[in-house]
Design a protein. Sequence first.
Length: 490
Amino acid sequence: MKILFISSEVTPFAKSGGLGDAVSSLATALSKLGHEVRILLPRYYFISKKTLRRINGILEIDSARERHHAFLYTTTMPNSQVKVYFLDCEPLYGRNGIYGYTSTQEFPDNPERFSVLCKAAFAACRSVGWIPDIMHANDWPAALIPVYLNTKEKNTEFSSTAGVFAIHNLGYQGIYSRDHFPDLGLGWEYFYGAGFEYYGNINFLKSGIVSAECITTVSPTYAREIQTPNGGFGLDGLLRQRSRDLVGILNGIDTDVWNTKTDPYLPAHYSSTDLSGKAACKSTLQREFGLPIDPGVPLIGMVTRLVEQKGISEVFGRTYGCMRKILETIHVQVAVLGSGDAWAEEAIMNYSAQYPQFKGVIGYNERLAHLIEGGSDFFLMPSRYEPCGLNQMYSLVYGTLPIVHRTGGLADTVVNYNQDLGEGTGFMFDDLTPQAVYDTVGWAMWAWYNRPQHIQNMRTRAMEQDFSWARSAEEYVRLYQHAVSLREAR
């Protein structure tokens, strides 16, 4: 099949979260199955042209305000056959940010920026003479792809192209004033007809759900959760209506990148049959973070965005969170890497100054992320909701036992510890409260000190699991075939 991914993020070129990893890894896995896969994303300011090749010709894309002149650049994904196109339009994407200058300050013209990206997907395909069978649109910035397939492109060479819309995080929907609707290049009859209307505003993600042949999300549990009032962010009724075409497929991980036997970021390599290298990783992590070098004390790692979705209030809140109680009552070390809300960054710096057994680094660093996964004994991931989550899977294959909230993909990938039988691959709690986090951390530390053989067996069991994309990619192929049949019927 010919498959085009449209995304605002693609690793290693542009990344702010798990979306970029999921798109690049799935595209690569589908290519390995023999499908012709290509990707389109904007060329942001921080993506250098030096390693890209420009495709001749100018793309002209209209918006309500002006006609944009854009260029198309291309390269291939590292170690794959996947061709990547970059939409170069300086007025829209020539900024040092994907969605905004900071995580909290969004670009005011994002409706125009991402509607142009979606229009350009069709122009780019025409420019290179390649019409896909599937256009796989990812999250709200690409949600107009299935809308345009059913409107502007309905009777063109794209009439047989099926639209698949992927929800990576329902919490981000692209909701804007209806004043931006003319930017989309659609008649007002589609304000209601294509599902944009949302309490008087426009909702990009809602329109993608309404218009796509099939909707996919990133884990089976999350697919169920978003159809409930608690997890649906106001769209649960619509998602229940479309439940027949909604599928939850668990994300995989890139096992070429996340591999304890070959990871170049680790000071020593190890495997499920020989864990000796993990001790060297732990001592290196302790040294780099300024923690006391002690193999006997359990080390909890966190690599996270410091935002409410990740459960940071329950952990780091000044008077509400449980971290202070953990540090003052449990013999443990904690290493944190993350950035986000200013209050949380300040709290982490304060803990680092007050407690020698706690150290945090603000920001993101790929090497440190790998070192935390390899050198930690446990990985704390108390997400309020987690569509799929990747870090718990990285942790499992690195023999680092997750401590997680039972939600979304965390529930699909972690098996809760049975202290009587020594079974499981991690530690889970059902209600996200500071006390629940504290109690579960305490339970895990109890197992460390009192059931060391259980910990050893759980590590081995976790590392032997298969989280590669091969199985998930085959499920996507079946979904694509179903989408094409629905398109033909339509």
